[in-house]
Ligand binder design. Structure first.
Ligand SMILES: Nc1nc2c(ncn2[C@@H]2O[C@H](COP(=O)(O)OP(=O)(O)OP(=O)(O)O)[C@@H](O)[C@H]2O)c(=O)[nH]1
Ligand SMILES: [Mg+2]
Length: 330
C-alpha cells in the first residue's frame, strides 16, 4: 500500500479481508464523464485537428497540426515536439497510416507518461499520515484541504487540519469555516505567528488525539521569493522533527489555468520541499490540462488529486487512463 492509498479505509484487525469491491458500471461511466467534462476545453484543440479528413493519411502537415494542438493545450513546445516524434515512431512501429489512428496512439503515450513516475513511499498504516499542501497564492490549497478532510472523514479516518497559513487572519478563518462545514478539528495560530510553531502544535495534538491524518494548509507563496521558500523548507523540517516515523507527503497544488508557469512552480517547490506528488485544481470551466504532462515529465512525481469545482465533493482521484481518455477525442 502506498502513501496515497489513505482513502482506502483500513479493515478492523479481526475483520475478514474485504473482497475487492466491484465498481458498478454506471459509476465508472459517471467518473469518465466527469473527466471528459473537466477536459472539454483541452480536448477541443485535438478535436479540431482530428475532425477534418480522419480517413486521410498522416503527413508532415498533419503532424504540425498535432503539435499546434499540444502547444495550445499548454503541453509546451519542448514536450510537444518530443510527443509528436513519439507519435510518429509509434505509428510507424504499429503500421498505422491514418489520421484517425493518431488519437489512440497519443492516448497511450499520454497514459504512459503519466504512469512513468517514482513509486510512492510505502504507507505504514500504524503511523500518523501528514499531507502538507504547498503552492503559489490562490492555487486552491485551502479548498483542497477541505475536500481531502471531507473525503477522508467519509472513509472513516480521523482527520485534523493545521492552519499553517498565518500570513493573513482571513486565511485561518477560511479554513476554520471549512473545518466546521466538514466536521473536523482544526489547530490554528495567531495571525503573524511562526507557521512552524503551528505545525508543531498540530503535530502534538495529532499525537495526543491519536489522529490518523493531519492535513497542513500552508500560505501561498511565489516560487521565486527565496525568503518565503526558505520559510517553507523550515516548516517541512519542523514536520519531520515533530512527527518521527510518520508517513509524510508534500503535495504541490497546481492551478490548471496557469499554463506553462506550472513547470517553474514545480521545479522550485520541489527544490524547497522534495515533492511527493501533485494536485491539480480548477480543472473545470476554462482550464487546460496540458501543463500537467510537462510537470510530470520533468519531475516524475505522481498526480494524486484533481479539483473540479468549489464544493467538498468536487474531488477526483487521479487516473492516468481516464485523464488521457478525457484529453483526446474518441
Ligand atoms: N472552479 C474551481 N475553483 C476552485 C477549485 N479549487 C479552488 N477553487 C477556488 O479558487 C479560489 C482560491 O482557492 P483557495 O483554496 O483559497 O486557494 P489557496 O491556494 O488556499 O489560496 P491562498 O491561501 O491565498 O494562497 C477560491 O475561490 C476557490 O473557491 C476548483 O477545483 N475549481
Ligand atoms: Mg489558502
Amino acid at each position: 500500500m502506498g502513501l496515497f492509498d489513505l482513502f482506502k479505509k483500513k479493515p478492523a484487525p479481526e475483520a475478514e479481508p474485504p473482497e475487492p469491491a466491484a465498481v458498478p458500471p454506471e459509476q465508472t461511466e459517471k467518473r469518465a464523464g466527469r473527466w471528459k467534462k473537466a477536459l472539454n476545453r483541452t480536448r477541443a484543440f485535438f478535436t479540431a485537428a482530428f475532425a477534418t479528413d480522419p480517413e486521410g493519411l498522416v503527413d508532415e502537415e498533419f503532424y504540425d497540426e498535432v503539435l499546434d494542438a499540444l502547444v495550445l493545450a499548454d503541453v509546451g513546445m519542448e514536450l510537444g515536439t518530443a510527443l509528436t516524434a513519439r507519435i510518429k515512431d509509434r505509428m510507424r512501429e504499429e503500421g498505422f497510416v491514418k489520421k484517425a489512428d493518431v488519437p489512440r496512439v497519443l492516448r497511450a503515450i499520454v497514459a504512459e507518461l503519466l504512469g512513468n513516475v517514482r513509486a510512492p513511499e510505502p504507507l505504514d498504516p500504524a503511523q500518523l499520515s501528514v499531507i502538507m499542501l504547498v503552492g503559489v497564492n490562490g492555487s486552491g490549497k485551502t479548498t483542497l484541504a477541505a475536500k481531502l478532510a471531507h473525503r477522508l472523514k467519509g472513509e472513516g479516518q480521523s482527520v485534523l487540519l493545521a492552519a499553517a497559513d498565518t500570513f493573513r487572519a482571513a486565511a485561518t478563518d477560511q479554513l476554520k469555516v471549512w473545518a466546521g462545514r466538514v466536521g473536523v478539528d482544526i489547530v490554528a495560530g495567531q495571525e503573524g505567528a511562526d507557521p512552524a510553531s503551528v505545525v508543531f502544535d498540530a503535530a502534538q495534538a495529532a499525537e495526543a488525539r491519536a489522529v490518523e491524518v493531519l492535513i497542513v494548509d500552508t500560505a501561498g507563496r511565489l516560487q521565486t521569493k527565496k525568503n518565503l521558500m526558505d520559510e517553507l523548507a523550515k516548516v517541512v523540517r519542523t514536520v519531520d522533527k515533530a512527527c518521527p516515523g510518520a508517513n509524510i507527503a508534500h503535495v504541490l497544488v497546481l492551478d490548471a489555468t496557469v499554463g506553462q508557469n506550472a513547470v517553474s512552480q514545480a521545479e522550485l517547490f520541489n527544490e524547497a520541499c522534495n515533492l511527493s506528488g501533485l494536485a491539480i485544481t480548477k480543472l473545470d470551466g476554462t482550464a487546460k490540462g496540458g501543463a500537467l504532462l510537462a510537470v510530470v515529465d520533468r519531475l516524475k512525481v505522481p498526480v494524486l488529486y484533481t479539483g473540479v469545482g468549489e464544493t467538498p465533493e468536487d474531488l477526483l482521484d487521479f487516473d492516468a487512463s481516464e485523464f488521457a481518455a478525457g484529453l483526446l477525442p474518441d
